[in-house]
Design a protein around this ligand. Structure first.
Ligand code: AMP
Ligand code: MG
Length: 424
């Protein structure tokens, strides 16, 4: 059976990232949050755009005030008041000053700002009681950024700070990568939707909802295709449709060794290349990874990208663990994120609960990760850690990893924990 790490690298090698020309779209600034830049952004503006004041005070010529003191203040004539947003109208001559406020443009002639606490105003004159350093409290044009320099690079994920930068730079239209399209369907004769009556023996298709949420959280566009019965012709129809619409296909069930497990057979029939059948992971041993190395309708004329197919196990916990461990990095790479953001993201944590494993496969124990006094703590979900038990999966944000050969990690020991459920 394939070791987890090897499966991960095979999968990542199969992913061809989005093309910076053909896999992009233009979005308005207001719709750009959580998108990934495909083109470098430069601004036509300098930052700051004008020399401006960093203080409320007086704009002066340094030569006029350098020798002043409380005993012998410099006395200057106030020739203008410059609030923020106002363009100065007069230039400052010897013996003159302008009243100025934070962020307001420096007037021509002035080179220094004296904060108002070091001054006393008397009618239209100001007494400067103490001189600051020459050029104090002036934010120089272009001292933060010069027109034409790279402002934000391709691959940047747009969060609050980047949105602030783009807005300030008046970048109102952005070229971002399109979102990966991910087809999702569930296989099983036993499956019903959450709305249907639960007859004896039936199982509600929870995977469809879990995977839709997973894909949306990972920045993809879920294309839900519903339930597909364990019949070769139905499966063939569903897979054919999925690969013509999507970049990635996620199906659950039907990849084990049961009599109704037809997925691998149909994939082979349709010309897929199967790269992975089984991985030494628990939960989640049956995992089929295949590629369809031909053009689909969607990317015709947009270069060659094969569709990546994940045949995930049917058990709800196994399906999600496989998504977190294997699909997430593939989606991140495809999306145009830089390599350091592909994940998966592991942290070291102290476990507060004892952790057990059969020791034969790399074991992922679900539970909760939180920071306590700056140190991560992990608590395994209480109750059964069986892969069919999805009830105690709620609130999971970490999976403790027990390597092959480790059967017990006592409470208080340090373990590697895969962080899950949060976005790139
Ligand atoms: P399979 O991998 O198809 O053999 O399914 C393994 C187990 O997972 C069986 O008990 C299924 O009933 C269950 N299962 C399969 N698909 C789903 C699904 N979409 N939602 C919830 N449980 C499922
Ligand atoms: Mg099945």
């Amino acid at each position: 059976m394939l070791p987890v790490k090897q499966a991960e690298s095979i999968i990542l090698d199969l992913v061809q990232p989005f093309d910076e020309e053909s896999d992009t779209e233009t979005v308005d600034l207001s719709a750009a949050t959580s998108r990934i830049l495909a083109k470098q952004v430069t601004s036509q503006l300098d930052f700051p755009q004008w020399d401006n004041s960093a203080m409320d005070g007086y704009a002066v010529r340094y030569a006029d005030i350098q020798a002043c003191s409380v005993q012998q203040p410099a006395v200057l004539e106030i020739v203008e008041e410059i609030p923020a947003g106002y363009q100065p109208q007069v230039s400052i001559q010897y013996g003159q000053a302008a009243r100025i406020f934070t962020g307001a443009c420096m007037p021509i002639g002035a080179d220094t700002v004296v904060m108002q606490e070091q001054t006393r105003q008397e009618n239209n004159r100001v007494l400067i009681l103490e001189a600051p350093e020459p050029q104090a409290f002036v934010r120089r044009r272009a001292s933060f950024y010069q027109t034409g320099m790279p402002l934000l690079l391709p691959g940047v994920f747009l969060r609050a700070p980047e949105m602030a930068v783009l807005a300030a730079a008046q970048s109102t239209q952005l070229i971002v990568y399109r979102r990966p399209r991910v087809a999702i369907f569930s296989t099983g004769n036993e499956l019903i939707t959450p709305e249907q009556p639960l007859e004896p023996g039936k199982i509600v298709d929870s995977n469809q909802y879990a995977l839709r949420a997973f894909v949306a959280q990972a920045g993809g566009v879920p294309l839900p295709m519903g339930i597909v019965r364990d019949q070769p012709e139905k499966l063939e129809e569903a897979i054919t449709k999925a690969i013509s619409n999507a970049d990635i296909v996620l199906s659950t069930g039907g990849v084990s060794v049961g009599d109704y497990d037809y997925v691998d057979q149909i994939l082979a029939k349709l010309g897929a290349e199967i790269h992975i059948h089984k991985v030494a992971i628990k939960p989640g041993k049956p995992l089929t990874v295949a590629t369809f190395p031909f053009l689909t309708q969607e990317n015709e004329g947009k270069g060659k990208r094969s569709v990546l197919y994940f045949g995930l196990p049917g058990n709800p916990v196994s399906a999600l663990v496989s998504c977190w461990r294997f699909v997430q990095p593939a989606l991140s790479k495809l999306s145009g994120l830089p390599e350091q953001a592909w994940g998966p993201c592991f942290v070291k944590a102290q476990t507060v609960t004892e952790l057990n494993s059969g020791g034969k496969r790399e074991t992922y124990i679900w539970g909760q990760l939180h920071l306590k006094d700056g140190v991560y703590e992990f608590r395994a979900a209480g109750g059964s850690q069986a892969s069919s038990n999805l009830i105690n999966l709620a609130q999971t944000n970490g999976l403790a990893v027990l390597p092959i050969g480790t059967t017990l990690v006592p409470a208080g020991e340090t373990v590697q924990v895969l962080q899950v459920g949060s976005q790139a």
